[in-house]
Ligand binder design. Structure first.
Ligand SMILES: [Zn+2]
Length: 142
């Protein structure tokens, strides 16, 4: 057990996750939306405060196929871990990609979160069935 004091912006993020929502914050200068929010723009060096809800759907920007079973995870290998740019976010989160054979995951794949009962964050992301995103739509988020 340990005590963690996340601060204002991460607290908003964690509280939104409890409602199965994802929020970020927009920089007032460069207008980028940071998810998860840290309370400041790392590029401009100024405070962020404008809360923005993003997702729940997103785009796989890059991924890797995991072939080594982690002792602490009950997930069969191989599985896919990817970077997912939620719609409206200017940073990609990471998460497991499921609901699709590992060798069919691809950059541009449109995904949505899958929550489990009592989960504090999405268990994994699965394909939405939408057409893949154009590379130009996410190339800055890789
Ligand atoms: Zn900025």
């Amino acid at each position: 057990d340990y005590t963690y004091s996340p601060g204002r912006a991460p607290t908003d993020y964690i509280n939104a996750l409890a409602e199965r929502r994802t929020v970020g914050e927009r920089c007032p200068s460069c207008r980028k939306v940071y998810v998860p929010p840290r309370g400041a723009c790392p590029t401009c060096g100024i405070a962020t405060a404008e809360r923005v809800e993003v997702g729940p759907r997103g785009t796989v920007t890059t991924f890797c196929i995991v072939n080594i079973k982690a002792r602490s995870l009950d997930i069969e290998v191989p599985y896919v871990y990817g970077h997912i740019a939620l719609d409206g976010a200017d940073l990609a989160l990471h998460g497991r990609i499921g609901g699709i054979p590992y060798d069919q995951v691809r950059m541009g794949l449109r995904v949505e979160p899958v929550w489990t009962e009592g989960g504090r964050y999405p268990d994994h992301y699965r394909p939405t069935g939408e057409p893949d995103a154009d590379y130009d739509a996410y190339k800055e988020l890789i």
